[in-house]
Write a protein that binds this ligand. Structure first.
Ligand SMILES: Cc1cc2nc3c(=O)[nH]c(=O)nc-3n(C[C@H](O)[C@H](O)[C@H](O)COP(=O)(O)OP(=O)(O)OC[C@H]3O[C@@H](n4cnc5c(N)ncnc54)[C@H](O)[C@@H]3O)c2cc1C
Length: 394
């Protein structure tokens, strides 16, 4: 039964809401109530590509990715449950003319303790002989990166929060945030009202609409992104291959169990596929699959001869600088949000949970300051920029 009151309400149980509930309950922050309109991890988190990499073009997100990676690597011990983390290594391939930018980013990542290095084509060949690197490319290589399972991670965080006393309700939608005299006082739901002095909106693609309901308009757009899936012929390679982010052909390839390779786009143009989060095509388009299997096969030839499997589509919630908003909602006391992770939020989720827990409790337990992700930066003309940035990749 839905309680009438709580200390903190979290709206949405994707990775962000679940990780925030985990950190709040680990700190003993009172009665935490998580409300999820569908099922835990059922939206962007459950439809993620799941790539866990640390290659970023600014120090803060690189540090966030590094700290989060440690949680994915030790998930059962730190959180409990199965994150499905598989270490595959990750390669970031650019044409030689972009080598200076790649080298500068690698240096930045090394300066924050990330195990990464610049490698020439011959070393790529030693790592992955099935990749074609004859087009004068260089690469950055992160051996510790890999991939994880979205639903498993969100479920692990949510169950750990429940063991620490959080109440999690699924199939229960928040219809409105209640505000009185400029203060959040709770939420209205499909099962009745709940009062609480603090409300955190982690509603992913629906978060912008929910905040519009209380007169807050954040620059968030929801776009559809596709993931193609192919089964490689036996032995190429038999188990996992490194994640390949190929900036020359603007695509990524990451391995999955069962000799599958997942293929997606890193074209910023993809964000123009604006859709209604309640009404979009969940499967892939034939044209997309054909185009991206062809692009990927220019690097990984065997993919052209692979069996096409069922892929899927999911939603990015995109901000103008491709970085999230992690902030107190301007103008409404007691209301907080973390939204707009674009296509790269999953790998940052464990640390974002710490950051949002800090904001909600006015503590500073996370060693990485989240203030750069403030909501005001867009209207103040100060978007987050890396020196050699990748927009869609952050
Ligand atoms: C195709 C695809 C590939 C991706 N690939 C990667 C990748 O390789 N690596 C990476 O790091 N990131 C990737 N991402 C991005 C990453 O998955 C997202 O940034 C991340 O999952 C966002 O998590 P979230 O918790 O903010 O949102 P969500 O997972 O969408 O969670 C929001 C939750 O809120 C609930 N909700 C919404 N409104 C309400 C309401 N009114 N009441 C109650 N509940 C509500 C929803 O049902 C949902 O469960 C990818 C995303 C997609 C779609």
């Amino acid at each position: 039964m839905l309680p009438k009151t709580a200390d903190i309400i979290i709206v949405g149980a994707g990775i962000m809401g679940a990780a925030t509930a985990f950190h709040l309950t680990s700190r003993g922050s009172g009665h935490v109530l998580v409300l999820e309109k569908d099922a835990i991890g059922s939206a962007s988190t459950g439809r993620t590509g799941g790539i866990i990499r640390q290659h970023y073009s600014n120090a803060i997100t690189a540090r966030m990715a590094r700290r989060s990676l440690e949680v994915f690597q030790n998930f059962d011990e730190v959180v409990g449950g199965n994150a499905g983390f598989t270490e595959t290594g990750a390669l970031f391939i650019v044409h030689r003319e972009d080598c200076d930018g790649l080298a500068a980013n690698v240096e930045l990542q090394q300066s924050v303790g990330i195990d990464t290095r610049l490698i020439e084509a011959e070393t790529v060949r030693e790592l992955a002989p099935y990749l074609d690197v004859t087009d004068d490319v260089v690469a950055a290589y992160e051996p510790a990166s890999g991939n994880a399972d979205g639903t498993g991670v969100a479920t692990g965080f949510a169950q750990a929060a429940q063991r620490r006393g959080a109440e999690v309700h699924q199939s229960l939608a928040v219809t409105d945030i209640s505000v009185e005299d400029g203060r959040a006082t709770g939420v209205r739901t499909t099962a009745g009202d709940v009062r609480a002095p603090r409300v955190a909106v982690t509603a992913g693609p629906w978060g912008g609409r929910l905040l519009q309901g209380v007169g807050v308009d954040l620059p968030l757009e929801v776009s559809r992104h596709q993931v193609a899936s192919v089964r490689r012929p036996a032995g190429v390679p038999e188990s996992h291959h490194p994640t390949v982010i190929d900036f020359v052909h603007a695509c990524y390839m990451r391995s999955e169990t069962g000799r599958l390779t997942l293929i997606g786009s890193v074209e910023p143009e993809e964000a123009k596929n604006i859709v209604d989060p309640d009404d979009y095509k969940l499967s892939t388009d034939r044209e997309f699959v054909e185009e991206y299997v062809e692009r990927a096969s220019r690097r990984f030839a065997v993919l052209m001869d692979s069996e096409i499997m069922e892929g899927w589509s999911g939603l990015y919630t995109v901000t103008p600088d491709w970085h999230p908003i992690i902030d107190a909602v301007p103008g409404i006391d007691g209301l907080f949000c973390t939204l707009g992770f674009s296509g790269h939020g999953f790998k940052l989720g464990p640390v974002v949970g710490e950051m949002l827990a800090d904001l909600v409790t006015a503590e500073s337990q996370c060693p990485i300051d989240s203030s750069i992700f403030n909501a005001r930066r867009f209207e103040e003309g100060e978007p987050i920029r890396g020196k050699y940035e990748y927009s869609i990749l952050g």
